[in-house]
Write a protein that binds this ligand. Sequence first.
Ligand code: PLP
Length: 367
Amino acid sequence: MIYLDNAATTRTAPEAVRAMMPYLTDFYGNPSASYDFGNRAWQAVQEAREIVAEFINADPSEIIFTSGGTEADNMAIKSKAGNNLSFVRTSMIEHKAILNCMSSVSTLSPILVDKNGVVKLDERLAGMNDIVSVMMANNELGTIQPVKKIADLCHQTGAKFHTDAVQVFGHMPIDVKKIDIDMMSASGHKMGAPKGVGFLYVRKGLSIPPFIHGGGQENFMRSGTENVPAIVGLGRAVEITKQKMNDRFYETKELRDSFEKMILKIGDVKINGYNAKRLPGHSNITFYGIRAEEMLEYLNMYGICASSGSACNTGDEKPSHVLKAIGLTDAEANATLRFTMNHENTIEELKFTVDKIKEFLAIKRPR
Ligand code: PLP
């Protein structure tokens, strides 16, 4: 297998699996229980909270563990839904975890993006009490958004700023204090932690109502017995990532850039987001005149995993809203594939993939 879909999910790091095992086997106590056996699980959760908090320059009390990025996004957006005085404003290229929350809250017109997939800033982003939600980097294009400028604009008018950092967390440094973020969503399974765990960072002093009611876990914000093994796995994945993130960034970028050099030589292709600052592993390519689904099937025959649009929209036949937002036609959007690499890929894998792409194009675009 050649796995080029690391923005959809990643392999759980072996170190994270090893750290989780005791909490799946011997130490299965409920962290809310008062005896030592429960306390052991509680301690493990608190340790993970400290590791995660330190990694983004937050306080442990500012971390609410969730089941992943989708839940964290829902928590952030719906937190203000009960307050009729506030509106939510978001960009056209957000993940569906944000966009599909919009039907349940009052919204302002979407923030537009340019043809490179970067949001266009306007001076009056939102009014007092409103929330602006703009992702830190886009999941399809990898384009990095000007979140510091957006946070500053929000705070000039008294609006609050939420960012979906699911694609960035564990791949590039994040300092929530420096950027001045009010709320931030992150997910474990995009950076070597298991699936089903993530968190919402909520700045101290920002009061949002509980999202899930019950026994009062996670500081009453998100009740339900904590997923102890997954939270421990997240903590361990962060520890590993912290040591290696810088090297992995450059290794991955080098692989991606070599891949794109080979792709550009093919001709009749366009790399979307090419002129913007991007995450190191994303490559979003329109191959004019083909159908992405057919190319994916062809690549799949050789064990190559890539995606069209967002894997989180499986079964969604509509052209990607992100590609439409940057001006692609339906035909172009449906001729577009996303390859996402990480440090585990090799140049040999990428050369093989390019060969298979060329083979497919030779069949579909006969001269
Ligand atoms: N936000 C972004 C930008 C994503 O890329 C994803 C997943 O692809 C999510 C949210 C959803 O995260 P999760 O799968 O942890 O629910």
